[in-house]
Design a protein around this ligand. Structure first.
Ligand SMILES: O=P(O)(O)OC[C@H]1O[C@H](OP(=O)(O)OP(=O)(O)O)[C@H](O)[C@@H]1O
Ligand code: HPA
Ligand SMILES: [Mg+2]
Length: 200
């Protein structure tokens, strides 16, 4: 019973990896970058009380690793917004699915994102949070696609600039799958139905 369950897990993991085209950023590089970003943030926020705002669900992994790499005292809050629905193109129409639990008036706030793609989600989020009167508002994103930008958004801490390809892993999903891969990669064309067209 136990061993067949374990076998199932191994097969599932092999299936997930068979869907990959390539690994773009290996796990060790991701973790080293998170430590670098944390050191920078520690320097910038020394002596302050920082509020990390994670953007669900994609930023869960970055948030968990970044928070543990920081020495600065932090609190965490979460927002869930959706502009992608189940597809691979941003609609630009952002919906709040879950708002912050607490008021951010007068707080030092750092938005934590997994990816800035078109920039539409972050642009909307920045102005939404700015209107709530924080003492400061900055953004940390693990990934950014400069060639996909539809709007310029101020992002202070950037892990990696990546090519304009749909990526998965380390929090990033395609149709809610692959978030638990420990690296960032791209999907093989057969996953999109063999046409290369990305849809979910
Ligand atoms: O720069 P943009 O083109 O707006 O794209 C970036 C946003 O899209 C993704 O979220 P998604 O809506 O897929 O929700 P999820 O994090 O729950 O997957 C990602 O986590 C960012 O929040
Ligand atoms: O490349 C991406 N992958 C997964 N989710 C995303 N949301 C915006 N861009 C991406
Ligand atoms: Mg998504």
């Amino acid at each position: 019973m136990i061993s067949s369950d374990l076998e199932g897990l191994v097969v599932d993991e092999a299936d997930m990896r068979a869907d990959l085209e390539k690994v773009l950023i290996p796990e060790e590089e991701l973790q080293a970058k998170i430590r670098e970003l944390a050191a920078e943030i520690d320097r910038d926020y020394e002596g302050r009380d920082l509020l990390l705002v994670g953007v669900l669900k994609g930023a869960v992994m970055v948030m968990a690793d970044l928070a543990r790499a920081l020495h600065t005292p932090i609190s965490m809050d979460w927002m869930a917004v959706s502009s992608y629905g189940s597809g691979t193109k941003s609609s630009g129409v952002v919906r709040i699915l879950k708002d912050l639990d607490a008021d951010i008036m007068g707080r030092d706030v750092l938005i934590v994102e997994d990816i800035v793609d078109s920039g539409l989600t972050l642009s909307w989020l920045r102005s939404n949070l700015e209107s709530r009167g924080p003492a400061s508002l900055e953004v940390c994103t693990l990934l950014r696609k400069p060639d996909a930008a539809k709007i310029e958004v101020g992002v202070k801490y950037i892990g990696f600039d990546i090519p304009n390809e749909f990526v998965i892993g380390y929090g990033l999903d395609y149709s809610e799958r692959y978030r638990n891969l420990p690296f960032v990669g791209t999907l093989a064309p057969h996953v999109y139905g063999g046409s290369g067209e990305q849809e979910a």
